[in-house]
Design a protein around this ligand. Sequence first.
Ligand code: DON
Length: 574
Amino acid sequence: MPTNNPLFSMLMTAMLFGATAVLADVTPTQRPGQAAISSAHELATEAGFEILQAGGNAFDAAVAVSAALAVVEPESSGIGGGGFWLMHRAEDGFSTMVDGRETAPAAATGDMYLDENGEFVRERSINGPLAAGIPGAPAAWVHITEHYGRLRLEQNLAPAIRLATDGFGVDEKYVMLMGWRGEVMLQWPETAAIFLPNGQDLNVGDRIVQPDLAATLERLAEHGFDGFYRGTTAERLVEGANAEGGIWRLDDLADYQVIEREPITIQYDEYRLLTAAPPSSGGIAIAQILNLIEPYDWPALSRTDQVHLLAESMRRAYRDRSLYLGDPDFSDIPVQRLISPDYADGLRSTMRLDRALPSSFLAADPDLIEESNNTTHFSLIDADGNIVSATLTVNLPFGAAFAPPGTGVLLNNEMDDFAAAPGEPNAYGLIGFAANAIEPGKRMLSSMSPTIVLGPERVAVLGTPGGSRIITMVVLGILDFFDGHGPHSWVSKPRFHHQYLPDEILLENDALTDQQIEDLESRGHEVTLRERPWGNMHGVMWNRANGTLEAAHDPRWTSGGADVRTIDASHTVD
Ligand code: DON
């Protein structure tokens, strides 16, 4: 790991609108010649390759993969949700983050999830249409195709429309997560009829056919933005949502805007990291964690020392997340301060190698953290070296578990990512304050951290679902890449996590030995072993030195699709 280099420096710019060129690390003369895609579903990966074969570029393929995931992995992301598409164009080195995050409806209020006694009622922020933000995903697909693609939207959406029409067999993850959310969904029989066709009796291989979604996708394919955000689809969404307690207005949809944001850019020794800008907290937290561990002679440290120092760094970055981060269009976020090495020097002065600093000494409240594994990430490089790293979500599995009748659009429950009251933990135990309070039209803070690391020889593309744990998983993946490993290693490495509150190091089963755990406990850490692993990382790597591509999906789930293929160059765009 290149942490000893005195030339270490960190650059970061997070402009609110528009994106400018970031250094052209991928020179135009070098191209992989092959393409690599790793996504959470093999049918979505297939859709991406189909579009590349048809003459599309990485950006077209990203739209095809996103739309296909919306059909075949509805537990994780979808047309009723949102996400961040971090993109790097080979020919001129331009990089941008397409922000398709959901927004709070105009009628949203700061106390909308509190009861008459001012108590937070979680059911309201996670179940049914009141929990849903205005979707951003379809607007992002239109935007990416129009501004960066080579194909038409109807071509990029064709594989998804086919999958929705013909149906697909559900996998183990779908069945497992439906086991958690099915009961909520059964409150809305029309929604359950689509996603739970035989009632609660759901088995791997059962087919889900989505004709309403196919028709919604077709309207989008034909009319672009207006095909979803105005007209038939918009009317059905608003009517259906409000009949079940929603507060949407037609203008909420018509006014939705995709925003391009300059990625958080970090120079770390010879590597240039491009990662998620606010309203994601991911890039800033990754920068802070890397800054905090920078001066240590990493290879000389024991494994326990490394885990301890990373946990202490994670604790501090997540504390700042809770205090300072939110939608940059609504709050002044002290980005430059948070990511500056000087600030890290100050924070590090409270770090000791032999003792953990209790989070209560840094401020605030502990609480619950619930199980979940949804959201989705895919990584993709085309034969020309164009790159997309995208993390997409509907928040909890199957989002709000409600689809307005006649649309097939499963709504997200992203409103829960706001701080419903100051210091009130969300479903991932993350707390927040004014910067992430609910306001009309505002984007809720996210942890999604799609990342691209451009090195002189190797290029990494990675990301993962996992709620609050996304950021720390991506940090561990980046450190493993710095250590010289490829994507099979990043995605499978045992994970550990600290998020300030609850004040504990969370461990996957095989992450540390008993002795190492005892050592951490003796320094004052609470260490919690978690039976179930977390995350679903999808990575690809391009080794420019030897001209190879690698793609890997997380072994924690069986359903991923990762492949490297030669694209037949004879195909042309029609
Ligand atoms: O945007 C966020 O940070 C969350 N809505 C992501 C949720 C997630 O990753 C769930 N997966 N386990």
